[in-house]
Design a protein around this ligand. Structure first.
Ligand code: CUA
Length: 337
């Protein structure tokens, strides 16, 4: 017996540390640390259900352990007492679980109905979310804003998302703001999010959608409403055309068309490609390529050298650009503010 306990000590210790880690609220994708009313609804259901499950577990395991010890076989010729047809016991262990599950069911269905309701009203912000292999597109209907990888929202406002997929099944999951919802081709799904306070909320695609599934991250950036209005205003406008004196950027803009970038990417007033992310205000974003890269010159260079090498399966091909061409293209991208 003592050796067995020693064998158990290490896994038990590991489990303790793991659980302690889960309780750390600084984790950016902690589903147990809601930061908005819709995530809180899920949390307020999950915690009591977990509590009930915990109580049931302790009772059942307690009875099993008690019975195993108390009624263990003591000698070879001993048979246990045979008990059949105890109506009271059978009724009890049928009715008690049925009532428990009914109670859990009532609260679960109630929460599902609440979360399913698509909010309406002038103060609701609508955003169309499209899953692509492997990045997210966000379109703000009526606002002339299309962006990628970063979903910008105002704080304290119900944001009604309509989710669609361009290719395969994805799943949109910003754990601190909501549960997860599948994003399915030829189907519209809905989810509502609302963030308590400004900040960046992290998440990820939660349905295996191909080789770069793990490179399809979710980012929700919540702003104070006034700051959000300014973001919408600047993103609704077109970008400034590169200054003629900035020959590098002008050359980059020409390359953007010559190399075919313009047939996949949109830049308001210049290119209308609809395969890859809209780049009109690329430089206002902090990340790119499915939010796997911070947006800076070094990472753009690395990306442009060989996109499928950085994000396996990337639809953006390796254009075999020279370092000079990459420099010009980045100079042009820098003007997309
Ligand atoms: Cu999209 Cu996994």
């Amino acid at each position: 017996m003592p050796t067995n306990w020693r064998k158990l000590a290490l896994p038990a210790l590991a489990l303790t540390f793991l659980l302690a880690g889960c309780a750390n609220s600084s984790l950016p994708q902690d589903a147990l640390d809601p930061e908005g009313p819709f995530a809180r609804k899920v949390h307020n259901l999950a915690m009591p259900v977990f509590g009930i499950a915990g109580i049931v577990f302790v009772i059942v395991e307690g009875l099993i352990v008690y019975s195993v010890i108390r009624f263990r076989r003591r000698s070879d010729d001993e048979s246990p007492l045979q008990v059949h047809g105890n109506a009271k016991a059978e009724l009890a262990w049928t009715i008690a679980p049925a009532l428990t599950l009914a109670l859990v069911g009532i609260f679960t269905v109630g929460t599902i109905i609440q979360l399913d309701r698509v909010p309406k009203g002038a103060d609701v912000l609508k955003v169309n979310v499209t899953g692509h292999q492997w990045w997210w597109e966000y379109e703000y209907p009526g606002k002339q804003v299309v962006t990628a990888n970063e979903l910008h929202i105002p704080t304290g406002v119900d944001v009604a998302l309509t989710l669609r997929s361009k290719d395969v099944i994805h799943s949109f999951w910003p754990p601190k703001l909501a549960g997860k919802i599948d994003v399915i081709p030829n189907r519209e799904n809905h989810m509502t999010i609302n963030a308590d306070k400004p900040g960046t909320y992290y998440g990820q695609c939660a349905e295996f959608c191909g080789i770069s599934h793990a490179n399809m991250r979710v980012r929700v950036v919540a702003h104070e409403p006034a700051e959000f209005a300014a973001w919408v205003k600047s993103n609704a406008a077109g970008p400034a055309t590169p200054d003629a004196a900035d020959t590098e950027a002008v050359a980059g803009q020409a390359l953007f068309r010559a190399k075919g970038c313009a047939s996949c990417h949109a830049v308001k007033g210049f290119a209308a490609g609809a395969v890859g992310p809209d780049l009109t205000h690329l430089r206002q974003r902090e990340v790119f390529a499915g939010a796997i890269f911070d947006l800076n010159e070094k990472n753009l260079r690395r990306w442009l050298r060989n996109p499928p090498g950085e994000k396996p399966g990337s639809i953006m091909p390796n254009l075999n650009l020279t370092e000079e061409e990459i420099t010009s293209l980045i100079a042009y991208l820098d003007t997309l503010k």
